[in-house]
Design a protein around this ligand. Structure first.
Ligand code: PEP
Ligand code: MN
Length: 364
């Protein structure tokens, strides 16, 4: 196994040499072809905005029969990226074989993905395989919102003697309808920082967002909270990417996103902890945002069901036309609303508007 030349304190060196600006890790979700990996790297390097090149080689996919990564070939391409650009390179490892191969090819930063950090057995095996090396390891938050599991993964690596450790906040799986692909749950990331202030944290807006148009706002928010950097997926032809196509951006778009970020509030190495009032306000705003999205989903479902009902209604008996059944239903709703602490007038006017909309939809 080759020992790693540049690592050991790679993360802290990168952070300090960056003059207080956030550390940017960029590159494709997956290595696909040699040309795609090298061309992405060339354009990323030319932008001058990215310090570390990332690419997945072994891809954990939710369903089988999706593209599962190019494997060892990709490690050779990452080696070429390193030679060509001088940038440190990063890839995901999920088992002992991945670790051995990545170290063999001199990969500078290994990261443990969200589907692996969730499993202490896997993390322990990886930690054991890494013992005695000076490679840099970053741990993504587990897919479920469990702070202890995230911290536990870092502790397992630290116990194995890994000194250069970092955390990646990539959001959490949720079944509720959300503005984003993964719920950021900023509070968990901030609590991680409180418990492990010595561990630098970068945010991965790509996997939180799941789409391009909100990458900037998530990146800005992460920096406002005092995170040390960003990991953002970038592809030369995002729409044609073999994985995570919707969330990838070209190297040039990535560069302008980075330029657009306001670093004023950031103060890198700042504690990142806001006052309790600010934290509460933030939490309430994001809860409101989620509720509004859920409300929209419900309204859309209601309109669809109402449309289907309309097809059954005999002439003149469309929903919302006040017949006996409607009056009973409205009475039930008002009783429930009162029990929930809502005002009768408020509920009656909302349902009047909803019913009017339904009738219009059914007549259309
Ligand atoms: C990735 O970085 O491409 C990836 C698979 O991430 P995550 O583990 O956060 O889903
Ligand atoms: Mn991805």
């Amino acid at each position: 196994m080759k020992s790693n030349q540049t690592s050991g304190t790679l993360l802290s060196t990168l952070l300090q040499s960056n003059g207080g600006a956030p550390l940017i890790i960029g590159g494709p979700c997956s290595a696909e072809t040699e040309e795609q990996v090298l061309e992405t790297a060339r354009r990323i390097k030319a932008s001058g905005k990215v310090q570390v090149y990332r690419s997945g080689i072994w891809k954990p996919r939710t369903r089988p029969n999706s593209f599962e990564g190019v494997g060892t070939d990709g490690l050779r391409w990452l080696q070429q990226v390193k030679e060509m650009t001088g940038m440190p390179v990063a890839t995901e490892v999920a088992n002992v074989r991945h670790v051995a191969e990545a170290l063999e090819f001199g990969i500078d930063i290994l990261w443990i993905g969200a589907r692996t950090s969730v499993n202490p057995f896997s993390v322990q095996e990886i930690a054991d395989a890494l013992a005695g090396t000076d490679v840099t390891v970053m741990v993504k938050n587990p897919i479920n919102p469990d702070l202890a599991l995230w911290i536990g993964a870092i502790e397992r690596l630290a116990k194995a003697g890994i000194k250069d450790l970092g955390a990646i906040h990539r959001g959490f799986s949720t079944d509720s309808k959300m503005a984003y692909r993964n719920a950021p749950k900023w509070k968990i990331a901030m609590n991680f920082r409180k418990e492990m202030p010595e561990i630098p944290m970068v945010c991965d807006p790509s996997h939180i967002a799941g789409r391009r148009d909100v990458l900037q706002e998530i990146s800005q928010k992460a920096l406002d909270l005092g995170m040390h950097g960003l990991m953002i997926e970038s592809h030369i032809n995002p729409d044609a990417a073999w994985s995570d196509a919707k969330q990838q951006i070209t190297p040039e778009v990535l560069a302008s996103l980075i330029s657009s970020l306001d670093l004023k509030k950031n103060g890198i190495f700042a504690s990142g902890l806001h006052s309790p009032e600010e934290e509460l306000l933030d939490e309430l705003r994001s809860e409101m945002d989620n509720l509004d999205h859920e409300l929209l989903e419900l309204l859309s479902n209601r309109a669809k069901v109402s449309g289907k009902l309309g097809a059954f209604a005999p002439q003149g008996q469309l929903q919302g036309v006040h017949n006996e059944r409607d009056k009973v239903l409205m009475g039930n709703l008002v009783r429930k609303a009162l029990a929930e602490g809502l005002e009768e007038n408020f509920i009656q006017s909302i349902f009047a508007v909803l019913n009017e909309y339904s009738v219009k939809g059914q007549e259309a």
